[in-house]
Design a protein around this ligand. Sequence first.
Ligand SMILES: [Zn+2]
Length: 388
Amino acid sequence: MNLIVLWLLVTPLFFAFGWIAGRIDMKTVVKDAKRLPKRLYDSIDSLIEHKTGIACDNIRDVIEQEPQLTELQLSLGKLYRNRGENDLAIKLHNKLLNSQFIFSNDERDLIRLELARDFQNAGLIDRSESLLLKLLDSELYSNRAQELLLDIYQQDKNWLYAIETAKKLSNSNYNFHTELAQFNCELAQEALIKSDNDSVIKYITQALEINRKCVRANMLLGELFFNQEQYEKAIATWQLIEKQNYLYLPKVVDKIFDAYTRLNKIKEGLTLIKGYTKLYPKLNLCDFLYSKLSTYDNLDSALEYLRDTIRNQPTSKVASLMIDSYISRADLSPEIRPDAELIKNILSKYHEQLANYRCGRCNFKSKTFFWQCPACYEWESINPNYVE
Ligand SMILES: [Zn+2]
């Protein structure tokens, strides 16, 4: 009987405790939510309106009141970095590391990683590198540290370390084949300048083993053969580029023609390159081929080539070359000649304004061709065709 009375008393008490606990939790949550400083909301508004300076001020005020909000401090560090205020970001992360707060190993590693990014952005590459090397054993951030190290080695043109790091990062999701082949090509290029032919062959072989589609490797190998006066082999190597990626042919046609010239086979060279323009009418070869046909063939064949080309490439460049072709003819009326010259110059200037190499990833435009985009750092993302 006593036991039943006891249960009757205890059971409602359990429910009462549960209810009170629930109420306390809810109250805490509501209280916490209410406690979020108004300036935090102001900073979000400022960010939405792209007023990052005001957002920084607001977040800084919140942190002064609530220094325990570590995540908010890290966000402020990122904001400083995005604004180019690397010194403020470095100061903030250093202060955080030396603060009295007790961080877990992972939290401490995250702050170090952020600090390394600050140093990298500030151009203090050595300090960034030494911090990142210490993070290679980090349980959570080792991979991110390796990725940042890979960026540093590329910036420093330290291609051997870049190869080593890219190999470590390589996995089933991303194999870094394009990058690894390009790093080997960079080494081959350096060796070519030093006339270290054995190294050129070694790095080109490695590049092609990693990525058989690596156009640059065959471009460099052709250059090596050309330098060694092995013109037939140079031509054969450059011709391989057609199968690898024909878009790069405009980058080698002048070299191919040069090799044919050394062999006294100009006609064969012209025939080959004319064949490329028939097969790939969108390739920008008009400037080169028009000039060679005018010089080594005759004006009629050069004009005929331009007439064919302008159908596929209705550009100001081809139009200006057509006018140039008419101006070059002796039978052009002397009254028309000044007007023709004027129109040709206008079209040429128009072409120079419009024509660019473009990155397919970030749309960066440049008058110079780069294997690695200077804006987004992607390899082989720039279209090798100089187009309007
Ligand atoms: Zn880009």
